[in-house]
Design a protein around this ligand. Structure first.
Ligand code: AMP
Ligand code: ZN
Ligand code: FE
Ligand code: FE
Length: 273
């Protein structure tokens, strides 16, 4: 069974529409899929989204959260999209994203990059603005030659276009997911570049808040890393999730449905559904 519980669409910073994503999931033999756009469930608005029901679609979202000045991502799976809790959380995050986008644009203007807000908005096609939309604008105007460079020079941690300490704390975000009836999953633990000790502290705080799962597999990661997170899940009594974090075709390390399977011994998050 192919399970992919982390993916993005045009509702956030992915390039495929929700329908195109489902088609690709079907082509790639995905049996169970969660769309986890940044801070929105807008992809699920389309009643025809999974018309043929060939893919078992799980409702998902990827919330941005703050932890000691770091951005961490908490995936909510099986959330009730039209619940009061989720609607309130999404409203709050959309406002935060809009405020942050204005700040990013101001800071970019201060280093000589003009009209970034309009540019990012045009590229996104909606108000759910993320740094990748600014990266695309920087590339468009020739300020950088690719997305990675945009993050390295302008948008990454500590650069002018990164606004530090902006999101709500992990414990609040986990609570939003629980209130919306969902399972909270600590996303892509390798991304935070934490020492083992700090990662354990993050896990403990996440668990204390009511988080119950962790992405043991995210995208294409080294088997040693997967084994390490498998042991971590086991030690902490966390359920294991896996996802590609697919954003766009053409990047082989994050093709939809192509993340490696969970290590044996892990208890899959879908066991409880
Ligand atoms: P945001 O939610 O606006 O803070 O943007 C986070 C998104 O930016 C992530 O989900 C990735 O898609 C993308 N991203 C973060 N860091 C990088 C990087 N170094 N290079 C390319 N894309 C990145
Ligand atoms: Zn993203
Ligand atoms: Fe993420
Ligand atoms: Fe993601």
């Amino acid at each position: 069974m192919i399970v992919d519980l982390h993916s993005h669409t045009t509702a956030s910073d992915g390039v495929l529409t929700p329908r195109e994503l489902i088609l690709r999931a079907r082509e790639n033999g995905v049996d169970c899929l969660a769309i986890t756009d940044h801070d929105t469930v807008a992809a699920y608005d389309d009643p025809e989204l999974n018309r043929d029901s060939t893919v078992n679609l799980i409702t998902g979202i990827e919330f941005s959260a703050g932890w000691h000045g770091l951005d961490v991502h908490i995936v909510g799976l099986n959330v009730i999209p039209d619940s009061e809790a989720l609607t309130a959380a999404v409203d709050r995050q959309l406002k935060a994203r809009t405020d942050r986008a204005k700040l990013i644009a101001e800071r970019l203007a201060a280093v000589g990059i003009d009209n970034a807000l309009d540019g990012a908005r045009r590229i996104a096609g909606n108000d759910n603005l993320g740094r990748p939309h600014f990266a695309a604008y920087l590339q468009e105007i020739g300020a950088v030659s690719n997305g990675r460079q945009a993050f390295r020079k302008y948008l990454g941690h500590g650069k002018p276009g990164h606004v530090r300490g902006f999101w709500q704390p992990v414990r609040d975000v986990v609570q939003w997911i629980r209130d919306a009836g969902g399972t909270a999953v600590l996303a892509h633990p390798a991304h935070y570049k934490l020492t083992n000790t700090r990662l354990l502290v993050l896990c403990d705080e996440f668990i204390a808040a009511g988080g119950t799962a962790i992405e043991v597999v995210s995208g294409r990661q080294h088997p040693d890393v997967t084994a390490r997170f498998g042991r971590l899940a086991d030690e902490k009594g966390l359920l294991a999730s896996c996802g590609s974090d697919f954003h766009r075709p053409g990047t082989p390390w994050s093709e939809l449905g192509r993340a490696s399977p969970l290590p044996s011994g892990c208890r899959p998050v879908w066991d409880t559904w």
